[in-house]
Design a protein around this ligand. Structure first.
Ligand SMILES: [Zn+2]
Length: 400
């Protein structure tokens, strides 16, 4: 079939006025001006009219487990207090609550135009009970802070469940909750099974104080629950991570908010992994400004995530793009949209098949009403603040 729209925004190339996309089954076979596509390709024409047609959005970091916690946790001045608050809320939830939470999160993400999601779950055993309405990379979120001697077993048990998913990866939670043995085991399995890795790193001031200074609220809290704190009081979280990891491009690193000057020197020389930035979660915690320009200039691929609704108000990547550009108005709007499309696809190693409208890519498309104001099409995309009225996922029309 041929899908026509007033403006097609392929991301892989410049926007096309009066554009069209040819789709055969679940694959995009051509993109261009409507008259050319019509001449060269057969099939029915679906004319979307005054719409902007673009690739479905890619959420590179979220935790659908906690969709149910929306509005339950107030912003905290200390990250350790937030961890305490979320742990108290989690203690009240049953498996059925988590299944509903994940399912509700999927629906909401899809309503806001997300077609691919990198979702961390602490409950990989629930995956078979969940109807997966979009392309999902399930990352098993792993913590061994209370039982580091069981690191390998914890990873292996999760992998046994994760293998029921079509696409999966491993997520050692963070250096303060996952031991070096757990990280090593995850890397070993990721290489063996050819899967992706993600983790939280340098997220908060508390984390920096804990590792670099051997002090602070996170240090005290984790010490109180029995974590060995021998690795604290010397290195920054980034220095520690880079020293012990083979940080190749399998890693999607969430956050990197709190960085020391020495970290920038290390990162300049480091392998260029992917960075998932979560603008509104960043605002919720009041972290220091994200070093987007410096990290991009070093060659890191920066994509966007919503994080969970324990530190955000909804699962809209449009709202993430708006928050980011409000904080950094000098950013070219096109590059902001790239962060939610092509960059996310690169992070999950799907650059040829997702995040862009190009021949050979999967037919994951969304369309927005085009207000047609004087601003650029990328500004109009970022400004869009309603449920997405039209979506095609894997070549199938999705009813909203
Ligand atoms: Zn997270």
């Amino acid at each position: 079939m041929i899908i026509r729209a007033r403006t097609v925004v392929p991301m892989a190339s410049d926007p096309i006025e009066n554009g069209a996309v040819a789709v055969t089954e679940n694959e995009i076979t051509a993109v261009g001006r409507f008259d050319e596509i019509r001449r060269q390709h057969g099939g029915d024409v679906l004319d979307l009219g005054e719409m902007i047609l673009l690739p479905g959005l890619i959420n590179a970091h979220c935790h659908l487990d906690y969709t149910v916690l929306r509005g339950k946790i107030a912003p905290q001045t200390q990250f350790a207090d937030w961890i305490r608050a979320i742990n108290a809320e989690k203690a009240e939830l049953s498996e059925q609550d988590y299944i509903e939470s994940i399912q509700t999160g999927f629906s909401e993400a899809r309503r806001f135009g997300t077609t691919t999601i990198a979702n961390l779950t602490a409950f990989p055993q629930l995956i078979p009970s969940i109807d997966e309405p979009m392309r999902t990379w399930w990352f098993g979120e792993l913590i061994d802070v209370r039982s580091p001697e069981q690191a390998e077993q914890i990873v292996d048990d999760a992998v046994a469940h994760l293998k029921s998913a079509r696409r999966w990866g491993l997520a050692p939670h963070a250096p303060f909750t996952a031991s070096p043995r757990l990280y090593s085991r995850c890397e070993e399995i990721a290489r063996r099974e050819n899967v992706l890795l993600t983790t939280h790193l340098a997220e908060s001031r508390d984390e920096m104080q804990m590792f670099r200074d051997g002090a602070g609220a996170a240090f005290d809290f984790l010490k109180s629950i029995g974590r060995s704190m021998e690795d604290c009081g010397g290195e920054t979280p980034v220095a520690r991570f880079l020293r012990t990891r083979t940080a190749d491009d399998r890693w999607i690193i969430a956050h990197l908010n709190e960085l020391a000057d020495t970290d920038f020197e290390l990162l300049r020389a480091a392998p260029k992994f992917h960075i998932a930035h979560c603008p509104r979660s960043h605002s919720f915690f009041g972290h220091v400004p994200f070093a987007l320009d410096r990290l991009r200039a070093m060659g890191f691929n920066i994509c966007l995530g919503t994080d969970s609704l324990a530190s955000n108000s909804d699962l809209s990547l449009f709202a993430e793009m708006r928050d980011l550009i409000q904080k950094k108005p000098q950013l070219p709007p096109r590059e902001v949209v790239e962060m939610a499309t092509v960059n996310g696809a690169r992070a999950i190693n799907q650059r040829d098949s997702l995040g862009g409208i190009q021949p050979g890519a999967r037919a994951d498309l969304i369309a927005l009403p085009d207000a047609g104001a004087a601003s650029s099409v990328f500004e109009r995309i970022i400004a869009f603040a309603a449920p997405v009225p039209w979506m095609m996922l894997d070549g199938e029309l999705v009813s909203s």
